[in-house]
Design a protein around this ligand. Structure first.
Ligand SMILES: Nc1ncnc2c1ncn2[C@@H]1O[C@H](COP(=O)(O)OP(=O)(O)O)[C@@H](O)[C@H]1O
Ligand SMILES: Nc1ccn([C@@H]2O[C@H](COP(=O)(O)OP(=O)(O)O)[C@@H](O)[C@H]2O)c(=O)n1
Length: 226
């Protein structure tokens, strides 16, 4: 029997809409690989900060964008991320990296490098892959079999995020999210955007389990039609 063709799923949307949790669960359920592209942009930002690069200067960022070696492990049960062999899963989630990542990810040389890495990881995924980010459906994998664009109200997103961070103030978290989304949506090179052929799912009043069911159903429909 021939094995099923690889299926490529792109999941995009603003921060806190449930991309990572949904993508991991869908990939695990369907036996697919999983790639968190936000973690890659956070990793290159962490490297810039650690190496004293002035992240307010795009030309300084561009000049060293090719230096760090970023490797992503794509098992949805235990995704990993290293920079030059160092495990950075923890350090990439600090407030400092979160505050600086939009500036670094807006630099075209950074996007070109990370996009190439993402495409090669997707091409290597034997059974297929769920790739989550901001520009996967529009730019990185425009021929994906299924594109999902997750949304949720800023209040729901801030409540979810501040639930994860100890002592986080919901209002401050909401303002920070809105600011980062605005930066990500307004940059020139491949901004956060819904692809014309993406299915939009508003997760404000859905549980994570409901979102996962919805996406698994859509992937299965696409697989059946392949
Ligand atoms: N539909 C949902 N309802 C409630 N909480 C959710 C839902 N989806 C995700 N979450 C929670 O919200 C937080 C942010 O989700 P995450 O998947 O990291 O979002 P994103 O990757 O879009 O930033 C996590 O703590 C996650 O468990
Ligand atoms: N495909 C992507 C994914 C993330 N990013 C950038 O990386 C940042 C962090 O992404 P993330 O997915 O870890 O963010 P959270 O929503 O998890 O907080 C975003 O705010 C964007 O600036 C991007 O530019 N393109």
């Amino acid at each position: 029997m021939e094995s099923a063709p690889a299926v490529i799923v792109a999941i995009d949307g603003p921060s806190g809409t449930g991309k990572s949790s949904t993508s991991k669960a869908v990939a695990a359920r369907l036996g697919l690989s999983y790639l968190d592209t936000g973690a890659q942009y956070r990793a290159i930002t962490w490297w810039m900060v650690t190496n004293g690069v002035d992240v307010t200067d795009p030309s300084e960022i561009a000049a060293v964008a090719g230096k760090p070696d970023i490797v992503s492990g794509t098992d949805p049960a235990g995704p990993t991320i290293t920079v030059d062999g160092v495990d950075v899963a923890g350090p990439i989630r600090t407030q400092e990296v979160t505050a600086k990542v939009s500036a670094v990810s807006a630099v075209p040389e950074v996007r070109a490098r990370i996009t190439e890495l993402q495409r090669s990881i997707a091409a290597d995924a034997r059974t297929g892959i769920v790739v989550e980010g901001r520009d996967i459906g529009t730019t990185v994998l425009p021929d994906a079999d299924l594109k999902i664009f997750l949304t949720a109200s800023p209040e729901a997103r801030a409540a979810r995020r501040s639930g994860e961070l100890k002592n986080a103030d919901v209002d401050a978290t909401r303002e920070a999210l809105i600011k980062r989304d605005a930066a990500d949506s307004s940059r020139k090179t491949s901004p956060l955007a819904k692809a014309d052929d993406a299915v939009e799912v508003d997760t404000t009043d859905l549980t994570l389990a409901q979102v996962v069911e919805c996406v698994v159903g859509l992937v299965e429909e696409k697989r059946a039609a392949k």
